[in-house]
Write a protein that binds this ligand. Structure first.
Ligand code: SF4
Length: 339
């Protein structure tokens, strides 16, 4: 096989994409791993496993472009806010831009025919490559021998006989290959995409309905952080649930657009009113909510430092009534640190 052949691989950090890379590297072909980064899919796992397995990785941030697709996916959403078909098409189009710019020969992915009943059946796989406009250039090394030969195979750049014919949900062959290629640490399956999480999706739906195109990358990086309380008029109060989340809220605070609440004297949560600007109408209610989650007792008043785009001042408040808080939109998600 030609040692001048180069391809790009869509890598997710899962075992299948690592094996797809190994199968092609084994043929003397240079493989550049690509990861298109958004706040919805953590790059920690992919970075870790690529490093462990000597796979060169390029992380390309693409939030703004991805957002356009996410707000209006041509093929709709899956069970939650996951636009899987359009997401795959998006990634393949981005990878195609990359290989054309760099003069690479083709693209590989770790998809396995029939592994996921909805997104990896033959129709879905065909649909995605048809929509991406790079049909002949996408090779799926793990299931290649169940599919029509692609251009790199027909051109003799890749030896089809050395590719796999894996099909279905069983993982036996993948584990054999992992052993063959010395992949000692098998990545845990799933759990990566926030758009498949029910509660995160509800939070995101809320943000999209109130911010629309104004949805920022920072907003989405806060999707996993804190309690979300809808105070009315599209205003959202994010209240930290522990020290780590309080620190994240302080760090993500933007003086030009937000209002930040920080406890003075007593331990209590920090909170953020993103995009509230100079609207001070919700400040006392917000402080009373922070007081509710602070360590004050009975009728004591919590003292909070409030920072708006134009001034800083202190506000004292007793705890908000639990019934009043219950009326607000609050979606509990697992505590985390965002992507
Ligand atoms: S699960 Fe998430 S990352 Fe994967 S295809 Fe669907 S939307 Fe894209």
């Amino acid at each position: 096989m030609s040692t001048n052949t180069k391809c790009a691989a869509l890598v997710s950090g899962g075992l299948d994409s690592l094996l797809a890379v190994k199968l092609i590297q084994e043929q003397g072909i240079f493989v550049q791993g690509l990861f298109f980064e958004t706040p919805f899919f953590s790059m920690k796992k992919v970075k870790y496993h690529c490093e462990k397995n000597s796979i060169p990785l390029l992380v390309i941030p693409c939030f703004e472009e991805y957002k356009k697709m996410l707000l209006n996916p041509a093929s709709g959403y899956g069970k939650h806010m996951n636009p899987c078909i359009d997401c795959h098409v998006f990634m393949l189009k981005k990878a195609a831009e990359y290989i054309h710019e760099k003069g690479f020969d083709f693209i590989i992915t770790g998809e396995v025919l029939g592994e996921r009943p909805m997104s990896q059946n033959r129709n879905s796989l065909n649909r995605v490559i048809n929509l991406s406009g790079v049909r002949d250039l996408v090779l799926r090394p793990l299931s290649a021998r169940h599919m029509k030969p692609t251009k790199p195979e027909l051109d003799g750049l890749v030896d089809r006989e050395r590719l796999e014919a894996i099909k279905g949900r069983g993982r036996k062959r993948q584990y054999e290959l992992a052993e063959k290629y010395g992949i000692k640490e098998i990545p845990q399956p799933g759990g990566g995409c926030l758009l498949t999480d029910k509660n995160i999706s509800e939070r995101l739906r809320f943000l999209i309905s109130t911010r629309k195109e104004g949805l920022t990358e920072r907003d989405t990086r806060l999707l996993k952080v804190g309690r979300y309380l809808h105070l009315g008029k599209g205003q959202l109060l994010i209240v930290g649930r522990n020290e780590k989340e309080n620190d994240i809220l302080t760090e993500k605070y933007r003086k030009e657009t937000d209002i930040l609440f920080e406890p003075v004297l007593y331990p209590g949560p920090s909170a953020l009113l993103p995009h509230a600007g100079n609207d001070e109408s919700l400040i006392s209610f917000s402080v009373s909510i922070c007081a509710r989650y602070s360590d004050i007792k009975g009728d004591e008043k919590a003292v909070y430092k409030v920072s708006t785009p134009v001034r800083e001042f202190e506000v004292k408040s007793v705890k908000a009534d639990d019934e009043e808080i219950k009326k607000r939109f609050d979606l509990t998600v697992k505590s985390g640190d965002g992507c």
